[in-house]
Structures are given as C-alpha cells and as structure tokens.
Design a binder for this molecule. Structure first.
Ligand code: GDG
Length: 469
C-alpha cells in the first residue's frame, strides 16, 4: 500500500526513531553495505513494518551527510541528516546530558543549556517534517523515545489527519524531578500531540498524567486526557519485551552450546560464574555490583578458587563526559580488585569493554550461573529477559534490581536495592547457595512470564490500542 508520488514514496505506517535500524558497513574494497542493527526495537518493529509496508525515518549515524531514501532488506528507510554540531547539542547534549540523567532519578547531574534545547527543537522539527512528507493520508505514525518528544505535537500541526503513537523506552520521572526542566511545559505539550503515549510502567503514565493536570491544567480521566480542542490522548503502560523464541532457539544451536562450555573451560571451570552485561552506563549499577562481589571475595564469603565474575560493558556514548569518567572509575575498580584478589592466570573479575555478536551474548547467558542486573534505574532492562529466555535448562539465577522495570514482571528473581551494598551481597550469596529445586521453580515462573509476554505481544497491544479507536 505504498504509493509512488511524484516526489517521494509514501507509506501507511511510519516509524520515527533517532536512529535508522541499520548500520553502515564499509568493505575493504570501499563498497558500502547496510547491516540491520541488532537490538530489541528493530526486531520488535520489523514484523509490523513488513505487515504494513512501512517506512522508517531516522538518522543514519554519520554527521554532516545527506542521504536519499533507500530500501534495504525490504525496509523503506528515510535518512534524516544531522550536522556535527547537532550531534553534539541535540544528541550528546540535550538527549544524553539533560534528559537521560533527569529521567533516571538524577543519578548523574543533568545539565541545562539553552543552546542544547534550541538544537533539540530544531532537530525534532526536521524529524517531524520528514515524517509528514512520507506519511500517506490517514497513516499511522509511531514515534520512539526521549530524543523525539516534541515530534508528536509538531507532526500533528503539519498533518492533523494522522494517527500518532509515542513510546518512551526509559522511565518517566516523578514530577518533583521533571519540574527542574526549564522547558517542562513544552515537553509535556509535545507528547500530548500523540493519540496514544506509551510508557514501560503504569507509574510512568501516572507521573505524566499528574504533570498534565498540574502543569498544563488540563483535566484527565483515568488514562485519558481531554484536550482543549476536544481531541483525546491516552497515556498507558506497555512493558516492552524480547523475541523470546529467537533467543531460546539460538541458545539451542550446537555451536552456541559448545561455545558456552568453552567459555567455562577458559574461565577454569569455576563452580559459580556470575555475569553482568550492560551498555557502559552510570544508570546500570556496574560499580555497585563489582564492589559487592569484591567484598564477598575479600571477606571469604566467596572463594576466589571457585567463583568468577564476568562483566561485559558495551562501549556507549563515549564522547559524553560522564561516560568517560565512569569508564575510568570502573577500570580502576576492576584493576584494584584483581590486584588484591586475583592470582596468576585467574583474575577475580574478567572485564570486557567491548561489544559482541548476538550468539556470543547468548553463549555467555547460557554459561552463567548467576546473572547480576543491578541498575539504579532502568526503563525495562532486556538483558534480564534475554537471560531467562536462553535458560532452556531451567537453571540459573537472576539477581535483579527493584528499580528495573523488569522487576515488576520477574518477581521470582532475587530482588535487590542496588544502593544497599550489604543487601546486594546477601542476594548474591543467597543466589549462589540456593537449592537447585528452588532455582528451577523460580526460573520456570519467569520463563512463563517472558514467553507469554514477548515482543509481538508488546507491539500488537500498542498497535491495536493506537489504531482501534
Ligand atoms: C533502553 C532502556 C529498555 C548489549 N551489549 C551487547 C548487546 N546488547 C544488547 C542487549 C539488549 C540491549 O543491548 C540492551 O537493552 P537494555 O534493555 O538492557 O538497556 P538499554 O540499552 O539501556 O535500553 C531499557 C530498552 O531501551 C528497550 O525499551 O529495556 O530500560 O534503557 O538487547 O542484549 N547486543 C549485542 N552485543 C553486545 O555487546 N549483540
């Protein structure tokens, strides 16, 4: 149902996200290819995109470069250009230096700069204009995440015929924190341009509705906002998930099983392997968990001959100051710990600051005994769900922060407050000494939850609520 018009292709379903779902690969001979980027959002939306012959509007990842729309692997991609300054001010600045820490309980200090805001407005307008240009009459447009919160309103002004959805992947903060934002009214009004505003948790939707009432003095009833022009916008929770079956079948592949065994052998066949997997981000509680593990080993509660901790920290936002500082701190912490507790050939912590292909991640999930997910605040946390999906053997324990959205669903995990180092230590030892029967019972219940609420369930629920009204 895509129509060729004189100037451009249009589509009846449009996804708008900061990044396109593909990464450019430049081969040795200089030829250029696009590879589908791994990640939950792409897998989630790809089936919806295909079913509707949709288009995806997003930045292609290179500053100061303009690209024409193109098709890759059957996906219709519409690149949005960003200048190097805009990458600094809109992306690294306002998105990741202001909104990201503010929305994650201010675990780092949010910076407020007027020029960052100006860039955010300008870039959001460009995304809205591009979406307006590719959407068919009465099309459905689904805008993604915190980088584009002004797009719903801007798009509605350009194209009142559209049905507009928005989904926020990160937490929506308590009003007391949100009110710090010098541009707080503009952001709430921006989101209200959507017909349906989705959050990970009901608490996020409630925080938002409270602001609508308190800040904009607009009445709400249940999850509905009645706007002055008579239009109704809704705010609701849609906890995101993963393609659980895809993770399970990858874990079942012989090469992945062999690789999992190999990993344990390379680690010296420990009795207990702890694992952490995160983007290197200060919200993820990496320092807290390493400190807890270090203390347990130093005190003799865990025997360094028998346990190992593997921490994968995928490089992320490396040009943002706070992330550089964090990297140095973790380097130092791991170095200290291994200096104090490691032996020749046997570091207490194996720390990998790199990113791996999906099958290596799955081999790690399969090899581990105890997955440690301890964010200080996290919208959902897919890693926790991926670990569970990979455990066909029904074994393995999950230590999970109460402050991850996933804790609301994975109630049989060993739940912890990551700020409480002693509590974290008890949860880790409890998980390490739990009976196999107890662990199996917990894993069974968590697997049921993840398989019954997978990514299709998420996308279908949102699309149904957005389009059937
Ligand atoms: C945001 C919200 C919310 C990580 N390293 C590698 C790799 N990964 C993959 C994981 C997982 C994804 O990246 C990370 O997702 P998370 O949910 O854990 O965290 P964020 O990146 O912060 O995501 C979060 C999510 O959006 C979705 O709404 O859950 O709360 O913060 O899929 O497996 N994948 C590969 N190599 C790596 O080295 N292939």
């Amino acid at each position: 149902n895509r129509k060729e018009t004189e100037q451009t292709d249009t589509a009846s379903f449009v996804v708008v996200a900061n990044r396109l779902p593909v990464d450019r690969v430049v081969h040795d001979d200089g030829s250029v290819d696009w590879r589908t980027s791994p990640g939950g959002l792409v897998t989630a939306l790809e089936p919806v995109m295909r079913a509707h012959d949709g288009a995806w509007v997003g930045w292609h990842g290179a500053p100061d470069e303009t690209l024409e729309p193109f098709t890759d692997g059957g996906l219709h991609l519409v690149p949005v250009e960003l200048s190097a300054t805009e990458v600094q001010e809109y992306y690294e600045g306002f998105s990741n230096g202001t909104l990201w820490p503010l929305y994650h309980d201010v675990v780092a200090f949010p910076e407020y700069h007027r020029e960052w805001w100006d860039a955010y407005v300008a870039v959001n307008r460009r995304f809205a204009e591009r979406a307006a240009a590719v959407a068919d009459q009465d099309a459905t447009v689904w805008v993604q995440d915190y980088q584009l919160q002004l797009v719903p309103q801007m798009l509605r002004e350009l194209r009142p015929d559209l049905r507009i959805g928005f989904f926020l992947h990160i937490p929506f903060p308590p009003t007391e924190l949100f009110l710090q934002l010098p541009w707080r009214r503009q952001l709430v009004a921006g989101l209200l341009g959507a017909d349906l505003i989705g959050f990970q948790l009901p608490g996020g939707a409630q925080n938002f509705l409270r602001l609508v009432r308190g800040l904009l003095r607009i009445e709400t009833k249940g999850d509905a906002v009645r706007l002055p022009d008579g239009r109704v916008a809704r705010a609701q929770a849609y906890p995101i998930s993963i393609d659980a079956r895809a993770f399970e079948s990858l874990a079942a592949e012989p090469e992945v099983e062999t690789r999992a065994k190999q990993i344990r052998e390379d680690l010296g066949n420990p009795r207990t392997m702890f694992l952490g997997v995160d983007r290197l981000d200060y919200t993820k509680g990496i320092k807290q968990r390493i400190r807890a593990f270090g203390e347990l080993v130093a005190e003799g509660a865990l025997d360094p001959e028998e346990v190992v901790f593997v921490q994968v920290a995928t490089p992320s936002r490396e040009r943002v100051e706070e992330y550089k500082l964090l990297r140095d701190e973790i380097d130092r912490l791991v170095g200290q710990l291994n200096g104090d507790l490691g032996r020749i050939g046997v570091p207490a912590i194996t720390y990998l600051h790199t990113s791996y292909p999906r099958d290596e991640m799955v081999a790690l999930y399969s090899a581990a005994d105890i997955m440690v997910v301890t964010p200080l605040r996290d919208g959902m946390n897919l890693v926790a769900k991926e670990f569970v999906a990979c455990r066909r053997d029904g074994e393995g324990a999950l230590v999970l922060s109460e402050f991850a959205g996933a804790a609301k669903e994975l109630k049989q995990a060993f739940l912890v407050n990551p700020y409480d180092i002693n509590g974290l230590k008890s949860a880790m030892t409890e998980a390490a000494s739990a009976s196999p029967a107890d662990l199996r019972r917990r894993m069974k219940a968590m697997r049921k939850q993840v398989f019954e609420h997978d990514i299709d369930h998420w996308a279908n629920r949102f699309m149904k609520d957005l389009t059937e009204e």
